[in-house]
Design a binder for this molecule. Structure first.
Ligand SMILES: NC(=O)c1ccc[n+]([C@@H]2O[C@H](COP(=O)([O-])OP(=O)(O)OC[C@H]3O[C@@H](n4cnc5c(N)ncnc54)[C@H](OP(=O)(O)O)[C@@H]3O)[C@@H](O)[C@H]2O)c1
Length: 275
């Protein structure tokens, strides 16, 4: 779908991936509605987004509140027109062992990532289908393709987003509305600043893997919109892990096993010193 001249809604636009997506869409000629809870932070993002010349609208909204999403959607329609693009990037992760994640935190991840995306899609889809024009991108995660230790709640929400997106992508094929799911590995954002994601429990391979930039994720979001890709997993190492895990879950176990990296390093050392 063409991005230039379209109206886009980006949730989670006050920070990280959502902010980068909003900037990218504006650069490509879209008018953008910025959605998140912190209004002052959104106002600052709006200044940067506005530099690209299109219209920008700040819409404070908690995506877990369905009535607030409906009100926010009405405001976007009144001020920018019916959304052509929605990117659901609102979310957070609590990465701790299962019993250290409270049921409220567990539900909160699901409410924000899955139900928040669900609420926006329910709001925008009827008009998109009527016009046979629209694209939705849901941000899931690498751990929406393979479960990692300490991510039981986060993986559950990310898998939900991925399954929901894939089903809708197929359901809407040929009806003018595309649905994509972007599954990034670790991205350099505030997601990792928080006490919610202590690094200790994170598998070695994930802990030391280089982090993506939010701009790289934003570029991939735009490929999805242009090409109607169903799922985009990045970087390539995470895409490989997703495929290996889908093919044979024991292979996933092995790759994510905490001694895998040291064992591989020792094997390579032996290989090159002894032979
Ligand atoms: N960073 C990573 O390594 C990574 C990897 C894979 C997937 N992801 C996923 O990518 C998405 C974006 O994360 P990020 O890395 O950009 O994190 P981030 O920098 O912390 O941004 C999260 C955004 O979500 C918004 N948000 C949270 N709860 C909300 C709610 N109830 N209503 C509306 N907005 C809400 C926050 O804004 P307010 O606080 O202003 O509401 C913020 O703008 C998340 O779903 C995350 O799970 C991240």
């Amino acid at each position: 779908m063409r991005i230039s001249g379209s109206t886009a809604v980006v949730t989670g636009a006050s920070s990280g991936i959502g902010r980068a997506v909003a900037l990218r869409l504006a650069k490509l000629g879209a008018n953008v509605a910025l959605v998140a809870r912190r209004e002052q932070v959104l106002e600052a993002v709006a200044v940067d987004v506005g530099r690209h010349g299109g219209k920008v609208l700040v819409v404070p909204c908690d995506v877990t509140d369905v009535a607030a999403v409906e009100r926010a959607h009405r405001r976007v329609v009144e001020e920018l027109g019916s959304p052509d693009i929605v990117v659901n990037a609102a979310g957070f992760g609590v990465w701790r062992p299962f019993f250290e994640i409270t049921p409220a935190e567990h539900a909160g991840m699901m409410d924000t990532m899955y139900w928040g995306a669900h609420a926006w899609i329910r709001a925008v889809l009827p008009a998109m289908l009527a016009r046979r024009r629209g694209h939705v991108v849901n941000i899931s995660a690498g751990s929406g393709q393979f479960g990692l230790p300490v991510t039981s709640g986060f993986s559950a929400a990310a898998f939900a987003v991925r399954g929901f997106s894939e089903a809708l992508h197929r359901e809407l094929l040929g009806r003018g509305v595309g649905v994509s799911c972007v599954c990034p590995g670790s991205v350099r954002t505030a997601f990792w600043d928080d006490q919610r994601t202590p690094r200790a429990g994170v598998p070695v391979l994930v802990r030391y893997a280089p982090k993506l930039s939010p701009e790289a994720v934003a570029r991939n979001v735009c490929y999805c919109i242009r090409l109607n890709l169903a799922v985009r997993t990045l970087p390539i190492f995470v895409a490989f892990l997703a495929r290996a895990n889908a093919l044979w879950i024991r292979l996933g176990d092995l790759i994510l096993w905490k001694w895998f990296v040291p064992a591989l390093a020792v094997l390579l050392l032996l290989r090159f010193t002894l032979f």
